[in-house]
Every structure is written in structure tokens, then in C-alpha cells.
Ligand binder design. Structure first.
Ligand SMILES: [Zn+2]
Length: 227
């Protein structure tokens, strides 16, 4: 059977529509971002076939709707490759996120032409360690694929520790953010991996502190530890 990356991803995540597949097909060149075998696009068929959509509904305080593209349990290698800075994978994932948003229902609660895309910023130490903020990279790529504006609206409060390495209870509280821009009527907060939702909930608290009636949505590449 001739695997194509786009077909494999399509079957792995029923939410990824033809727009995402088309984008994947255009990426061309290089090897698989996960296993490095020769692949026509950013992800080889066998790696793409291991991906699965998340299970269950994401319910986060202060967030009207939260989406995640993939189940982290099946997407660990992809997430790591993305964090390592594989630009083709960033574009592929952003295109798939955009496709999922376009097919979302109800779409008007969270997404309208005035929606601003922003991101939940990682700690400065972690951004230095990784050579950048993965959430910001994804947010900017998602803005390109949706045509929505992307702005920095959140900063970490001084001394807020990174989520990585904290207990589940600590993670549920999330890091402390402050709003540094004008949220407008609706904001979509992008993160790479949602675990307890604590980071997104903290982002929503900061946005609502500035604009109480702002409708907040969230979009992550992968969802971990939810059922
Ligand atoms: Zn592969």
C-alpha cells in the first residue's frame, strides 16, 4: 500500500480536513521530522499513522471552547520534533489546527474576523533552553493559516515558575500572567500541550481582568492527561 503522509494524517485524526492535507502535500523535501526516514513531507506515513485525536471534552474555567488537535500519548515524538524547531512540522500542524477551527461548531462564539490569536508564553528560562517559545511560533503560524491577527497579549508575572516539573495540583493553578494588550471581543489562546488546562485558565483570568466580557477560546497541538 502506498502511504502518503496526508492520507495517514487524515485517517489518524478525522478532524484534519483536505485543506491541511493539501498544505502537507506542498511542504516537500527532506526527511520525516520524527524518525528522519526519507519522506515527501514533514511526516512519514508510519509516524503519522500513530497519531490520534484527543479523547473527551476539554472544559477549562473561563474558556468558552478549547480544542486540541492530537492525543499527546500518541504524539510525543511529533511534539518533541516540533519543539526541536522543525519548521515544516510547525506549518503542517498550524494548517491542521486552522482546518479544525474552520470545521468547529459552534464557531461564532469564539471565532470571528475580530478574533485575536495570542499565546500562553513559556517561562524565559524555558524559552532560552528551547531557543524560542513554541506556543508563540504555533500562534504566529496559525494566524498565517487563518488570516486572523496575532498579538502578544500575555506576559508571565515575574517569578512565575515553569509548569514543567510541578505537581498536578500546582499545574492546575497555572502560572501567573498579566495582560499587556487590548483583548477585544474575542481571543484564541494557543499553547503547545494542554495538560491540566491550568495554563489556559490562568491566561483567561488575565484576559478577563482586562476585558471582563472577552470571549476566550483555546487551541493546543496536543492534549495530555485528560479523559
Ligand atoms: Zn517518520
Amino acid at each position: 500500500m502506498a502511504w502518503s503522509t496526508s492520507d495517514a494524517i487524515g485517517s489518524a485524526s478525522r478532524l484534519w480536513d483536505s485543506a491541511a492535507r493539501g498544505t502537507l502535500g506542498l511542504l516537500g523535501g527532506g526527511g520525516c521530522g520524527v524518525c528522519r526516514v526519507r519522506a515527501p513531507s514533514g511526516l512519514c506515513g508510519p509516524c503519522a499513522a500513530t497519531l490520534e485525536p484527543p479523547t473527551g471534552e476539554l472544559s477549562i474555567p473561563g474558556v468558552a471552547h478549547a480544542w486540541a488537535l492530537l492525543n499527546y500519548a500518541h504524539a510525543r515524538d511529533l511534539v518533541l520534533a516540533l519543539k526541536a524547531g522543525d519548521r515544516r512540522l510547525v506549518d503542517a500542524v498550524a494548517a491542521a489546527m486552522a482546518a479544525e477551527l474552520r470545521s468547529a461548531d459552534p464557531i461564532t462564539d469564539v471565532l470571528c474576523p475580530a478574533t485575536i490569536i495570542t499565546w500562553a508564553p513559556t517561562s524565559a528560562a524555558r524559552a532560552r533552553e528551547r531557543g524560542g517559545d513554541q506556543a508563540e511560533v504555533l500562534a504566529r503560524a496559525l494566524a498565517t493559516h487563518t488570516g486572523l491577527r496575532c498579538r502578544r497579549l500575555l506576559r508571565r508575572a515575574a517569578g512565575s515558575p515553569p509548569q514543567h516539573g510541578r505537581s498536578a495540583a500546582q499545574r492546575r493553578n497555572g502560572p501567573a500572567f498579566r495582560c499587556v494588550g487590548q483583548p477585544g471581543p474575542s481571543v484564541l489562546v494557543v499553547d503547545d500541550v494542554m495538560t491540566t488546562g491550568g495554563t489556559i485558565a490562568a491566561a483567561a483570568r488575565a484576559l478577563h481582568a482586562r476585558t471582563p466580557d472577552c470571549v476566550v477560546g483555546a487551541m493546543a497541538m496536543a492534549q495530555s492527561g485528560w479523559s
